[in-house]
Design a protein around this ligand. Sequence first.
Ligand SMILES: NC(=O)C1=CN([C@@H]2O[C@H](COP(=O)(O)OP(=O)(O)OC[C@H]3O[C@@H](n4cnc5c(N)ncnc54)[C@H](O)[C@@H]3O)[C@@H](O)[C@H]2O)C=CC1
Ligand SMILES: O=C(O)[C@H]1O[C@H](OP(=O)(O)OP(=O)(O)OC[C@H]2O[C@@H](n3ccc(=O)[nH]c3=O)[C@H](O)[C@@H]2O)[C@H](O)[C@@H](O)[C@@H]1O
Length: 441
Amino acid sequence: MRISVIGCGYLGAVHAACMAKLGHDVVGIDVDPRKVELLEAGEAPFYEPGLPELLAEVRATGRLRFTTDMSQASAADVHFLCVGTPQVHGEFRADLTYVESAFAELSPHLKPGDVVAGKSTVPVGTAEALAARLEGTGAVLVWNPEFLREGFAVKDTLHPDRLVYGLPTDDDGEPTPVGVAAREVLDEVYATPLADRTPLVVTDYATAQLVKVAANSFLATKISFINAMAELCEATGADVTRLADAIGYDARIGRRFLNAGLGFGGGCLPKDIRAFMARAGELGVSDALSFLREVDSINMRRRVRMVDLAREVCHGSIVGRRVAVLGASFKPDSDDVRDSPALSIAAQMQLQGAHVTVTDPQGIVNARAKWPDLRFAETALEAAEDADVVLLATEWAEYRALEPDKLGEVVAHRRILDGRNVLDPRAWRAAGWTYRALGRP
Ligand SMILES: NC(=O)C1=CN([C@@H]2O[C@H](COP(=O)(O)OP(=O)(O)OC[C@H]3O[C@@H](n4cnc5c(N)ncnc54)[C@H](O)[C@@H]3O)[C@@H](O)[C@H]2O)C=CC1
Ligand SMILES: O=C(O)[C@H]1O[C@H](OP(=O)(O)OP(=O)(O)OC[C@H]2O[C@@H](n3ccc(=O)[nH]c3=O)[C@H](O)[C@@H]2O)[C@H](O)[C@@H](O)[C@@H]1O
């Protein structure tokens, strides 16, 4: 198929490369000339494991190119909308400016029979409004939410755990004739994963849009649930990691996404639960999602509690103390620092008078752009030099593998805060470290 991908960020660049890998002819379109230039040169504009290799492979086939010129979309028959939907500054709702402008810029290049597939995460109702604007053009809108995780984006796109198509439907909820035709087009786009028996849910616009925010809300709730248990563990001397193991053995609960610690960040879970609450308010059903307010509060409390813990191990004050923060990205295997718990804690400690040095294997460039006043170091050992306290904030493999004695040689005081509950407390204590974590004795 001939495909255009509008918006080549963390989602779109990976989607474009994966569509080419599946055998399609793809043009990626972005308004950011720097991103396009890098992608055209075969380079990934951000860190995502496997993406550089995939770009090299598919660029060599000639099936993938990138441009800033929206008119190039006219050669494609399927158009994936992958632009950002960030949180409006100071409010909960999603900023749909980029969706609006991308859609307006794409529209003149559409022809009858074209399929526009929305992938961005949007408030329910957005697809219906966009579809109305296509009436009379012969092009059809489908909503095809994306569930990839950063760090696993290539694998998740090539081998998704499910596909969801939101199609135009009639009054009985059945796909309209153009909806049926659009479904056939999507089936061709996803022929390879469908042949691998990827579960497919075919539904209406509203359900497809809600599936996405419901999934992210559930994941956020699961994380905040275990972090609430961590608060109880802290009050009672219990161990939240053992608690998670034990409840996780119940297949109805499951162990995944029960890792307590600094909580969730990133460009998706935090803004998606807030936008969902805002949309529920507009729909007059805000009570239905009032629990998400608590999910958000529990999550944000983790960050405050970690600063308190730093104060506790530094005998009541972090003013003038040297703090090494290991991790800047919101999760390992990503350079994404959007709403990163690690950076938010680093910045809070700096504001409260600590001398903070942050390190990260991939996230320093983005972190420095966002927080230019923080100090940065290339390695954990450099960051920890003369530190009064070390905080493991993002569980990169290399930080999990740190040797207590080796790190102990460079610090001023052997105090470690395990923000992700990934270190072995016994090993660190045996090497003379004060070890503290959230919800673990
Ligand atoms: N990052 C992720 O892991 C996932 C993101 N999503 C959703 O996908 C959407 C995109 O997210 P990200 O890729 O993370 O955002 P991003 O900010 O990394 O990428 C968005 C891209 O769109 C481009 N853009 C903006 N306006 C444009 C226009 N008019 N024409 C062409 N390009 C334009 C920007 O320059 C940028 O490169 C969001 O709605 C997000 O919630 C969904 C699943 C996973
Ligand atoms: O909509 C999106 O953009 C994506 O959001 C998340 O993916 P992602 O943001 O890449 O990262 P996750 O792996 O979900 O982690 C999110 C945050 O939760 C934290 N987390 C995760 C798991 C856990 O047990 N505990 C925990 O604190 C991570 O450290 C990270 O800060 C979802 O997992 C994807 O399915 C979804 O497509």
